[in-house]
Design a protein around this ligand. Structure first.
Ligand code: CAA
Length: 460
């Protein structure tokens, strides 16, 4: 007899129509830079730090003919082909990006222009599109917003949310080894095959300078350590907001000995680099377990958490907290929960790097590629966007998820071409005009005219 997860046990009976993610497609550029070897040597970094300390092995690099719009068009094309979707079914395309090349024109219009080269001119005429910017959380805010539209939609239309970004920091900066590039397209539908959203959204927002890209800059300004702390504060705040709303809605109502995370079978976080999901998990489990029995077991192993009233000054209190956090992250209870619910979500990111607003959905793709999700499971999502905001929400895996065709990402990653450090640096600085790999069956940026308008075409 199948064992029901807590999510399945706690789901409201007799639910009728749901909205959620029906399918997804991921596009990753065909080039990558290995971080071990030439790159690590040239930057004077121990490869162990990159592979273990940061968690990245290979960084996806866009070729000379690619930008965020071509990648968005590619993931949408992949999505439409794999799910047999025709343009006239799509009511709205929302694009989440912080890599837009235009200050006014919505990226979705360029994307539609490209797709119409394949599906016919005017084929997307009745589709609405908007570009959303909120650093790495834009796609998730787009998904929340589109889910409400979809619930009210009555003409059998579907929605698409596209994430597309090139994560870019200055050469030889500490952010450099957390770059990456790629796009994810999500198909949103009523009664979806993959994941029904529970429509409980917990938000957190605070004005911060952790990461930003002033007008005209091609790379982000980042206050690295501060950005990690903002991420943890915001995701914890959003988690609390989610937990309170989920309880009020009767979706997750833990008993005295239970915690909210007991009701989540997998937790997917924004993945700027894989180690960050470990820090995020430690923060969330530590916070969530405060109210339940498990905390006593952890304390029996590592001692009590230092409290502010322990007679220490601010610096000593901070040091004691950091020390406790390190011990918590090594406790068997945490390691077990992390391995069961979070670790696998970062599998693809190790080979791709940060794709900003799509990276949390790369986590979903990782679970699908590893065959880690089952009908009835509840997935919790902790999205983060610098600046800063976080959003925590949940969804339940539908029975048809098991019938979805594989995403073919492991094969795609194996087929990519490794590039030299010199080629990577030329591409990074926009100094290489000729493509490293000749494009085939893909969208390319043909050129930018004297007015700054971008011209794209599909190469057979
Ligand atoms: N072998 C193994 N591990 C090693 C090592 C070695 N030789 N040397 C160092 N390490 C470990 C360190 O001990 C540390 O691990 P612990 O935290 O467990 O101690 C880990 O490697 C990282 O080392 P540092 O803290 O020294 O890392 P850093 O100074 O290189 O900075 C960074 C890391 C802050 C993430 C920097 O790369 C950066 O600024 N990145 C861009 C910003 C970013 O991604 N921020 C994340 C939050 S913001 C966000 O999420 C939005 C977004 O997408 C940008």
């Amino acid at each position: 007899m199948p064992v029901l997860s807590k999510a399945a046990e706690s789901s409201p009976q007799g639910k009728e129509q749901t909205v959620g993610i029906d399918d997804l497609a991921v596009y990753v550029p065909g080039l990558y830079l290995p971080l071990e070897g030439e790159f690590a040597r040239s930057r004077g970094i121990d490869p162990g730090k990159l592979i273990k300390g940061i968690g990245i092995e290979r960084m996806a690099v866009p070729d000379a003919h690619e930008d965020a719009a071509t990648m968005a068009a590619m993931s949408l094309l992949l999505l439409m082909r794999r799910s047999g979707l025709q343009p006239d079914r799509i009511g709205k395309i929302y694009v989440g990006t912080e890599s837009s090349a235009d200050e006014a024109k919505a990226m979705g219009t360029y994307v539609i222009g490209m797709l119409e080269q394949v599906y016919g001119r005017g084929s997307f005429r009745e589709c609405g599109t908007v570009e959303m910017k909120a650093a790495c959380i834009a796609t998730t805010l787009a998904l929340e917003s589109q889910s409400y539209w979809l619930a009210a939609e009555d003409e059998d239309k579907v929605g698409v949310v596209i994430a597309s970004d090139v994560a870019k920091y200055p050469l030889a900066s500490p952010g450099e080894y957390t770059q990456g590039a790629g796009s994810v397209s999500l198909l949103l539908k009523k009664n979806p095959r993959l994941l029904s959203l529970e429509q409980v959204y917990g938000h957190f927002t605070r004005d911060e300078n952790d990461f930003f890209r002033p007008m005209g800059c091609t790379t982000a300004v980042v206050n690295g350590k501060h950005s990690n702390q903002c991420y943890l504060d915001a995701v914890t705040g959003a988690f609390d907001s989610f937990a309170a709303r989920a309880a009020r809605n009767g979706i997750i109502v833990p008993a005295a000995s239970e915690c909210v995370t007991d009701f989540l079978d997998h937790i997917l976080f924004h993945i700027p680099y894989p180690r960050m999901v470990e820090y995020a998990s430690a923060a969330i489990f530590r916070h969530d377990w405060k109210g339940c029995q498990r905390r006593l077991k952890v304390e029996a192993e590592i001692g009590p958490e230092p409290g502010e009233g322990d007679g220490k000054d601010a610096a000593a209190f901070q040091a004691a907290q950091a020390d406790y956090a390190r011990h918590f992250a090594r406790s068997p209870q945490f390691l077990e929960a992390f391995a069961a619910k979070v670790k696998d979500t970062a599998t693809l990111s190790r080979q791709i790097g940060n794709i900003y607003t799509g990276s949390i959905y790369l986590g979903l793709a990782s679970l699908l590629e590893l065959d880690r999700i089952q009908t009835g499971q509840r997935l919790g999502f902790g999205a983060y966007g610098s600046g800063c905001s976080a959003l925590f929400f949940s969804g339940q895996v539908e029975a048809q998820a098991e019938d979805l065709p594989g995403l073919g990402l492991m094969k795609r990653l194996e087929e990519r071409k490794a590039i030299t450090l010199a080629d990577y640096e030329m591409l990074h600085e926009g100094k290489r005009e000729k493509s490293v790999v000749q494009p085939e069956q893909e969208f390319v940026l043909e050129g930018i005219d004297s007015q700054g308008y971008r011209h794209y075409k599909f190469v057979e």
